[in-house]
Design a protein around this ligand. Structure first.
Ligand code: ADP
Ligand code: ADP
Length: 211
């Protein structure tokens, strides 16, 4: 968990490699669906581009379907889900049905100044969704993904207005979830205003400790 721009996607990519588990990112699933002209993606993008949340019903539905795939049977990492208390309750129901539960909720902390700068400078690969930053994680060639040569673009929701709206929504709808998971005793805070490697090391310390 963490506000938009905190580094959830960047860290998830590395964590799932280490533990060999799938990363389930609702934002990425919506963007993929939109790029594939899937009706759910087109509907979702109407909300996403203005910085609003997609409905709980649509979001819970795509997560439920995704969790049933074979690769999520033993372990998985959720990135950007749940984002509302209603989603957290729905997720608990899905996990109960799977006879499992969450081991840890990692919350990446960051200040608003840092978040604005990160999202304005974020660029994403059109084909593989790899994320770059124009200063802190520059691609080798301008506008081209290092991994697959895909075109880098600025997300439709990384405009100043949309970022403001997303931060407001984070404060009102998502932050209350921190208490929800803190009360369950599984919330771990990590300082996201450090280098990529330091944030990663801090997350791994938590995960190794609870294993
Ligand atoms: P989120 O998934 O939480 O929205 P991202 O992982 O996409 O965040 O990161 C947002 C932007 O900030 C990207 O451009 C990314 O390259 C950059 N970024 C992420 N973590 C760091 C960090 N620790 N230091 C500098 N830049 C970072
Ligand atoms: P970020 O953390 O930078 O906002 P994400 O890729 O996680 O990026 O999400 C992008 C957008 O997709 C969100 O602003 C929201 O509109 C939509 N979205 C992603 N996850 C959810 C969710 N769990 N519930 C509702 N909408 C979501």
């Amino acid at each position: 968990m963490g506000p938009p721009g905190a580094g959830k996607g960047s860290q998830s990519t590395k964590i799932v490699k280490k533990y060999n588990m799938p990363s389930i990112s609702t934002g990425q699933m919506f963007r993929d669906a939109y790029n594939n002209n899937d009706p759910i993606g087109i509907e979702a993008m109407k909300f996403i581009k203005n910085g609003n949340l997609v409905s709980d019903e649509i979001t819970n539905g795509i997560v439920r379907t995704r969790l049933l795939r074979d690769d999520a049977e033993t372990s998985f990492l959720l990135d950007g889900y749940p984002r509302t208390v209603a989603q957290a309750i729905a997720l608990d129901g899905m996990l109960d049905d799977m006879h499992t539960s969450l081991d840890a909720v990692i919350n990446i902390l960051s200040s608003h100044d840092v978040l604005f700068e990160r999202m304005e400078q974020r660029r994403v690969c059109k084909t593989c969704d790899a994320t770059y930053h124009l200063r802190f994680k520059k691609p080798q060639e301008d506008g081209v993904c290092d991994l697959d040569g895909g075109e880098l673009y600025q997300r439709l929701d990384d405009t100043h207005e949309s970022v403001m709206r997303r931060l407001e929504i984070y404060e009102s709808k998502t932050k209350p979830l921190l208490d929800y998971y803190s009360n369950k005793g599984i919330l771990y805070n990590v300082n996201g205003m450090q280098s990529f490697d330091k944030v990663y090391d801090d997350i791994i310390l938590v995960l190794e400790d609870i294993k």
